[in-house]
Design a protein around this ligand. Structure first.
Ligand code: PLP
Length: 749
């Protein structure tokens, strides 16, 4: 599937005309521009020509225009130059930067402020809800500012700064002014000289030139201190032999920009953006734009969709061959909110679930049309899986067995029986209310019960909220107790299986485990809340805790479920998915002591409290966090195969099984079978994986299992979980499908 690259604000491909220019310089015109023979003179002429073009494009007829390695170097040089000139200036207090500036700017300000020993105060200029600088604030602080840094356009949102307004606010101020022009290059007329900008850095790779080349404009008369001293290149302002291939490529791009044939004008680009936005709005009803389109670059869309995380959308788009960027960085368990959107004062859900879609100004109409077509495919896949509102009921494969949801380390489970369309929700989470209501109604389920494993110490259950949001025909009628268990019922029957309660007081007095009994009477697994988590026991220092009852609860649990039954926790901070008493005996010495002997309840409670005190207030989170506590154990679980190793296994092990752990909507958009035609591929989405985990563990000698996902992250979780449970041949394809090349697989197999 051909890639549709919609992440141009991160970087762009190198245009063919730029590639040709770079190749010509590397192969034929390879001279050193400092040489005075003819080969050198031709190289010098090439630089001069590229610089002259850049001057015209940037509106910078005077001043210095230096070739540098990129914007980060340009920013350092500008900041060093400005700050060097501020030494000994008693009238200056502030170094100011826009709150949404690229990190390179505030970091450079702090760095050079420290290195030069200036001790000025580095402060962020607030931005409004629209992402634009607060000009009144700037006007007020400008008289005592030494340097003011305001980007021309923002990389995350595309918001275009009001440069003329900023220039007016700075009128009469002694401050030097840097404008980061990276995202504006080729998209906005900058008129650097007319606006009185002192410094402006640019990066070639954001406009179809290669990485490693950029520009820095320095106004005539603005202070300058070289960052690089040496052979005196660039008029001794930036030493080091010039990156001729990069300069040739950037020069070629800028010439094309001037000629106007390859690049589209602003109106055409705005038309493309409107087409993409229409496709997005059709795909995701309720989509919210995170910045007003009328003041944004016509090539950037930053949006959030209520109820859909940026991780889900990234996975979905990637499966459809659409490369976009999360507006926020995602860590394993939690999405780190975007500081840019936070600075704009957007609500938390928007800052945490933002997505950015950006294209370059040389985009072709056919490219935009294909992007829109794939967005429509994404929409259909989501509707078909009941993830977005749909008028047609019964969408997607019906839920069956256990579905696991995880939000910031907290887990919620749906236990369903597809045949009878009965389901139970265990430990609902507020973020899941809307998706669960949609899913259950859309697939025609009746909710037999809505259970909590305990009254949570640190947050309220969202059961009441979910109960209220469910249509009357979805929730089974009848009275329930405080944890949602139907009054007077011993067993909750779901097809051939049933749920039973087991009191496990400790974490809280009302802590309850729900045991799943199979048709043959065996307890196959237990939803244990915070009684036992992978790597930790629950806290027992809440008001409603019962620390003295904890030890006996663990023994009771062991007696009823045994050592091998899967325990599904209420919290799973580092995605270990499930554990068993056998795994936790090995990982948690205190638990081993309780189960191994008759440790008195008081001693257990005292040791547990001591352990938690040593770990600080977030004890149970820290204890469950493999990165800190269990690094050595995690290391021994390295279960990754790289592509050559997988190719070898595929060639030599006919009993190898490949498991696609991507979600159904991703599997629909980019089926794995197409990439591994000769081999048996099983599809078990991560959310449904708990249904197979124990059986894979118990299939001793059944051959290697290789898990595959988009990036290797989810498949890595599964392979490690299975290894913790004792399966020695569980593997994950390192780097996931992103690094897998099917042709190589075919030729080797
Ligand atoms: N400024 C802005 C607005 C950017 O978007 C970027 C790159 O993302 C930079 C500066 C840094 O550019 P480079 O990494 O090419 O030096």
């Amino acid at each position: 599937m051909q890639e549709i690259y919609l992440d141009a604000n991160a970087t762009t491909p190198v245009l063919p005309l730029a590639r040709e220019a770079a190749l010509a310089v590397m192969a034929e015109e390879f001279g050193n521009p400092s040489s005075i023979h003819s080969t050198g003179l031709r190289a010098r002429a090439l630089i001069d020509r590229a610089r002259a073009t850049a001057r015209r494009v940037l509106g910078a007829p005077g001043g210095q225009l230096l070739f540098v390695s990129g914007a980060t170097e340009g920013i350092q040089t500008a900041v060093l130059s400005a700050l060097s000139a501020l030494r000994g200036r008693g009238d200056v207090r502030w170094l100011l930067y826009g709150a949404t500036e690229h990190k390179a700017v505030p970091e450079a300000l702090r760095h050079w402020n420290r290195v030069l020993g200036l001790d000025l105060q580095v402060r962020a200029i607030p931005v409004g809800r629209d992402g634009r600088h607060d000009l009144a604030w700037l006007r007020q602080h400008a008289p005592q500012a030494g340097l003011v840094c305001t980007m021309a356009a923002n990389n995350e949102t595309g918001v275009i700064s009001d440069l003329d307004g900023i220039a007016a606010a700075l009128a009469g101020s002694p401050a030097l002014w840097m404008v980061d022009g990276v995202q504006a290059l080729g998209k906005l007329p900058l008129a650097l000289e007319r606006r009185g900008i002192d410094y402006a850095p640019f990066s070639g790779h954001k406009l179809y030139a290669p990485k490693g080349v950029g520009l820095l404009y320095v106004r005539e008369g603005a202070p300058f201190t070289p960052l690089m001293a040496g052979g005196g290149q660039e008029g001794a302002l930036r030493s080091g032999t010039e990156n001729m291939a990069g300069i040739a490529a950037l020069g070629a791009v800028l010439e094309a920009l001037e000629a106007g044939e390859v690049f589209r004008d602003a109106a055409t680009l705005a038309g493309y953006r409107a087409e993409l936005l229409a496709a997005l709005q059709h795909a995701f009803p309720g989509l919210v734009l995170n910045a007003p389109a009328e003041i944004c670059l016509p090539t950037t869309l930053n949006f959030s969709v209520p109820g859909l995380s940026s991780r889900l959308l990234l996975d979905l788009f990637d499966a459809a061959g659409l490369r976009v960027s999360g507006g926020s960085a995602c860590s394993a368990a939690q999405a780190a909110p975007s500081f840019v959107l936070e600075a704009m004062g957007l609500p938390a859900w928007q800052t945490a679930s933002a997505l950015r879609l950006s294209f370059g100004p040389a985009a072709e109409p056919a490219f935009i049309a294909e992007a829109c077509r794939r967005l429509r495919d994404c929409a259909a896949a989501l509707r078909g899986n009941c993830l977005t509102p749909s008028t047609d009921a019964g969408g997607g494969r019906p839920l069956d067995g256990i579905t696991r949801y995880s939000v910031a380390g907290a887990c919620c489970y749906v236990l369903a029986d597809a045949a009878s369309r009965q389901a139970v929700v265990i430990d609902p989470l507020p973020e899941l209310t809307e998706p669960l209501v949609r899913l259950l109604s859309c697939q025609g389920y009746t909710l037999s019960a809505l259970l909590d494993t305990h009254s949570h110490g640190d947050h309220a259950s969202s059961a009441a909220e979910l109960r209220a949001a469910l249509p009357v025909d979805v929730l089974a009628p009848g009275e329930v107790d405080a944890l949602g268990w139907p009054l007077g019922l011993e067993r909750l029957v779901l097809g051939a299986r049933s749920l039973q309660r087991l009191a496990v007081p400790g974490h809280t007095l009302d802590s309850t485990a729900y045991l799943l009994t199979e048709a043959d009477g065996r307890v196959s697994l237990a939803f244990v809340g915070d009684c036992v988590m992978p790597g930790a026991l629950g806290r027992s220092d809440f008001e409603q805790s019962a620390p003295l009852a904890y030890a006996q609860s663990l023994r009771t649990l062991a007696a009823v479920v045994g050592e091998q039954a899967l325990l599904l926790p209420g919290h799973d901070y580092d995605n270990r998915l499930a554990c068993s008493l056998a795994t936790e005996r090995a990982a948690q010495p205190l638990l081993a002591q309780v189960l191994g002997g008759d440790l008195p309840a008081e001693t257990f409670a005292a040791r547990k409290a001591e352990l938690e005190r040593g770990l600080g207030p977030t004890a149970y989170q820290t204890m469950a966090c493999g990165a800190r506590v269990d690094a050595a154990a995690c290391e021994s679980l390295r279960a990754e195969l790289d592509a050559p190793a997988l190719r070898e296994l595929l060639a030599n092990r006919p009993d190898l099984r490949l498991v696609d752990v991507r979600e159904p909507y991703e599997q629909e958009l980019g089926p794995l079978a197409a990439q591994f035609p000769a081999h048996c591929v099983e599809s078990v989405a991560l959310s449904a994986l708990l249904n197979r985990l124990a059986s894979w563990r118990d299939e001793v000698g059944a051959g290697p299992l290789v898990f595959v996902c988009r990036s290797g992250n989810r498949s890595g979780q599964v392979a490690r979980a299975l290894r913790r449970l004792g399966h020695e041949q569980a593997w994950s394809l390192a780097g996931g499908l992103a690094l897998w090349r099917p042709q190589q697989e075919r030729s080797a197999a």
